[in-house]
Each structure stands twice: as C-alpha cells, then as structure tokens.
Write a protein that binds this ligand. Structure first.
Ligand code: AMP
Length: 372
C-alpha cells in the first residue's frame, strides 16, 4: 500500500491510538470504527465512524471507504468482519479472530499443532462440571469460553463444593475448566507475520499482574536461554499455523521446571508489547501497520532493556504529574477523560542499557517517582 492509503481499524481504544500514530509515521491515514465518539484512537485519526460492532450496513460503508481493514479489539463479532472480507482485505482474517475469541476453539487449535496448554475440559452444563472437577482435581479455574479479559469471567475452584456456585455466577455460558497452573512466572511473546510469510518475534517478556490486570512488563524476561528460545519457537509456530497477517501476542505460563504452557493468544498488538515503542527501532504497532499494509517486516530487535508500568484507574493517574517530572520516564497518555477503577489510562516506560535490567527489587527502585 502506498503512502496516503487508508487503513480501517475496527475498535477505537489505546491499541488503535498507538497503531494510528505508527501509521501516520509511515504516511497512512487511519479510519477508526467504534461505537463511542472521540475515543483514544479517533482523537489521532483522520476519519472515524461511530456505529455498533454489529451494524453490518455501517461496517460495509466503512469498508468501502478504506483500503484494508484490521481490528484492535477482539470482541468484535467475527461475523461482522466476515461480511467485509469480500469487499476489502481483512488482516488478520475473521477465521483467526474466531479462534482467539473462543477459549475452547483456541485450546483445540493449540493442542492440535502440538502446543501445550493447562489440561482443560469444556463444560456446557452443571452436571458435567462435577465430573470435570473430579478429572482435573482442585484447585482449578472455571472460565467463560467467550468475552473474558483481565480476569473477568473466571473463578478459582478450591474445593469441589464451590463448583456449582461458580457455575451459576459465571456468564455467558458455555464455560471451560482448566487445571490450576502453579506457575513460576507469566511471560508473553509478540510476533508479527507479514503478507509474504516473514515472521519476526520480539523478545519474550515477563508480565506481573495486580488485581488480574497487567501491572508491569519486564523486557526481556530474566529466564534461561533455552526457555526463552522455546517460548519464541512456540509463538512463531502459532503465527505460522494461523497464517496470520498482523501481530499476535502469545501469553504463557512458565512452570517451575521451565516448561511452557500457553494461556491465551490475542491476534493484535498487546499491552505486554508497549515497551517496544520506546525500546525498539520498530515497535509492535509499526510491525502491525507494516503487516496490514503489506510492507516488509524488519527484524524485531531491541536497543534497550525496558520496564513498562501501566497506569490503571484513579490510583494510576494520581502519579501522572510525578511521572512527567521524573527524568528518564517516558510517559504515554491514552486520552481517556474518566479514570474509572480498573481502566487502563496510560503507561510509562523506563529504559535500561541492554543486559542492565535490575533484579526484582531494583525494578521498583528504578521506577521511583520524583515527588515534591
Ligand atoms: P486469562 O483471562 O486467561 O488471561 O487469565 C488471567 C490471569 O489469571 C492470568 O494472567 C493468570 O495470572 C491467572 N490464570 C488464568 N488461568 C490460570 C490457570 N489455569 N492457572 C493459574 N492461574 C491462571
């Protein structure tokens, strides 16, 4: 796609915003499609359509006005994107979206290509649950198959007696039961695959959560080289087998013995890849735009180590002025006006020389803010 072409992005949150900024740098215009007006992405885009994700007529009109369609939000109905596939290229395709939207399809796909996950059982009704809990043992984790994010739509079952209550509470059904993974740490790998089949992978990173929401990403993950290599191999394999054109994040658990189990995949730029904006010559957002626009993908190299810290809700934003006043912190604001609890409002990155990421305690120290 030549500069001046229009990239249509379905979904208008911070991922769309940072993608639109990367698109602008390459000379593209962005048209955002979102039900809410003047959101994070629309604020920095040339065009926007305000309409529902299930409004097929509005989606068709939107597709007709752009050169390629992509998405930054996984819970877009795949049927809506499918309806556009004849009109314009949709990258990644609706088939990829369909797999990543449904935990049972996702795990079936992953296991089918030889990628390990936690043991799991699909649970369509309450009587099945009792048998599933017996099979996997406690503790185990019951999750909605669809529409879960940031720990929403899941419950840990610590005793068989808790299962029926958890089944009642969780919606929408159907559900999936997973064995509880006693992980040593959580990591993710962001990979990009171009229209020509080139696959590039950013270094695996460690993700630390607070209240089920990503709090901090450490790049690179401080793990043995063989574990990092295996994580990268798995992420590349997933992108290849999906025939992805775009960017994909693969979230994984690392077990005490260094084994890797995939938790979930997201076929779009990912919060755990935000550090790449500041620590890499080509960020996950530029890789995403390049893939969608059919441009070549350069290597996903890192010129610094980095820590990314999310600013979540009113507590996160209470630090904004101190972050701006602290040398060495690179601040990113998503342009959202209301800091509701749990809402991702922005993030900041701190860079370290390559190989110079401080140890566990040093990380907190390195992020210390300058206050009056
Ligand atoms: P998810 O919505 O699947 O990304 O899960 C959110 C978080 O819950 C993960 O990042 C883990 O910290 C935790 N979690 C999810 N599934 C499991 C599991 N099977 N065993 C242990 N912890 C889990």
């Amino acid at each position: 796609m030549p500069p001046g072409a229009v990239i249509g992005i379905v979904g208008g949150g911070q991922l769309g915003r940072m993608a639109a900024m990367a698109a602008a740098r390459l000379g593209y215009l962005v048209h955002v499609y979102d039900p809410v007006a003047r959101g994070p992405a629309a604020q920095v885009s040339a065009f926007d359509t305000v309409a529902g994700f299930d409004d097929v007529r509005a989606l068709r009109r939107f597709a007709a006005s752009v050169d390629v369609v992509t998405f930054e939000f996984e819970n877009v109905p795949a049927a809506g994107l499918e309806a556009l596939e004849g009109a314009r290229p949709v990258r990644p395709g609706a088939a990829v979206l369909r797999i990543s939207q449904d935990r049972v399809l996702e795990k079936t796909f992953l296991n089918g290509i030889g990628v390990a996950t936690a043991p799991w059982v699909a649970v369509d009704n309450a009587p099945w649950l009792a048998a599933a809990v017996e099979r996997l043992g406690v503790p185990c984790v019951l999750k909605t198959t669809r529409l879960g994010y940031d720990g929403k739509g899941q419950a840990v079952i610590r005793a068989a007696g808790e299962a029926a209550g958890a089944f009642e509470r969780l919606a929408p059904k159907p559900l999936v039961l997973e064995g509880f993974v006693d992980f040593a740490c959580e990591i993710s790998v962001v990979v990009a695959r171009g229209a020509d089949g080139t696959v590039v992978a950013f270094d695996p990173v460690e993700n630390r959560h607070k209240d089920h929401i990503l709090d901090m990403t450490l790049a690179p993950a401080q793990l043995p080289a063989e574990v990092l290599a295996e994580a990268t191999r798995v992420a590349r394999l997933v992108a290849e087998k999906l025939e992805l054109v775009g960017v994909l994040a693969v979230e994984m658990f690392v077990t005490a013995d260094g084994g890797i189990l995939v938790n979930e995949i997201a076929p779009r730029p990912h919060n755990s890849g935000h550090w790449t904006i500041d620590a890499c010559p080509v960020s996950q957002f530029e890789m995403f735009i390049r893939a969608v626009a059919g441009l070549p993908l350069p290597p996903a190299v890192r010129h610094h180590d980095a820590v990314m810290k999310n600013l979540v809700g009113p507590e996160g934003m209470a630090d904004w002025d101190a972050i701006l006043g602290t040398p060495g912190l690179i601040a990113h604001h998503y342009g959202k006006d209301l800091a509701r609890p749990g809402r991702k409002m922005g993030h900041f990155t701190k860079l370290f020389p390559k190989g110079g990421l401080p140890g566990a305690l040093g990380v907190e120290d390195g992020l210390r803010l300058v206050r009056d």
